[in-house]
Design a protein around this ligand. Structure first.
Ligand SMILES: [Ca+2]
Length: 190
């Protein structure tokens, strides 16, 4: 009896969360795009609360699958200011990783927008998917800014990332692994 109550409560909570959002299947994956905008840490938690994980792009096929999901559901960002958080973060050593898989970004596929990652003010450590002109691509951006986000089903056969002991470095300065733009002679690229 107790288990049944817990089950129905869990379904009710998940349904309440998902009702705020788009949730459809594309190819062999399920993606989930929020309508709310939150910081990266809260986006990670929101996906987890829904039994999902922040979306990652490990292959060319996954890149296409995610783009098709966005196109099919007519949720393409309208401009460069309305992107979606993905799972990518810049670690302290300057290298970008997919937090949900623990794998390095760009091993099989890369999709940075032109001039990115720019690490503006040395504090852009989280990866968003944004639109520039007509192209979707990745941008590093301030983790404490609010963005919508895309979750996906937890990968059945991995890889699975381990939570880091502390994520506070995401809002701290980090000049490692970054093209060293001088703002005196190079405009800040957002
Ligand atoms: Ca950037």
């Amino acid at each position: 009896m107790f288990n049944r109550v817990v089950f129905f409560l869990t379904v009710a909570v998940l349904a309440a969360n998902l009702s705020l959002c788009e949730f459809v299947k594309t190819w062999d994956k399920s993606y989930f795009a929020s309508k709310e905008a939150v910081n990266w840490t809260n986006a990670k938690q929101a996906c987890r609360d829904a039994g999902l994980e922040l979306a990652s792009v490990l292959t060319e096929k996954e890149k296409t699958s995610l783009e098709k999901f966005i196109e099919k559901n007519k949720i393409t960002p309208t401009d460069k200011w309305t992107g979606y958080w993905l799972s990518g973060i810049r670690h302290r050593n300057g290298t970008f990783f997919w937090d949900s898989t623990g794998t390095q970004i760009g091993e099989a596929v890369t999709n940075w927008q032109l001039g990115e990652p720019s690490n503006g003010y040395h504090r852009e450590h989280c990866v968003e998917l944004k639109l520039v002109d007509v192209e979707l691509g990745w941008n590093d951006y301030f983790c404490d800014e609010n963005r919508r986000y895309i979750c996906q089903n937890i990968r059945k056969e991995g890889p699975h990332g381990q939570d880091l002991p502390d994520y506070r470095f995401l809002t701290e300065n980090n000049t490692l692994g970054t093209i060293d733009y001088s703002y005196d002679d190079y405009p800040l690229i957002e």
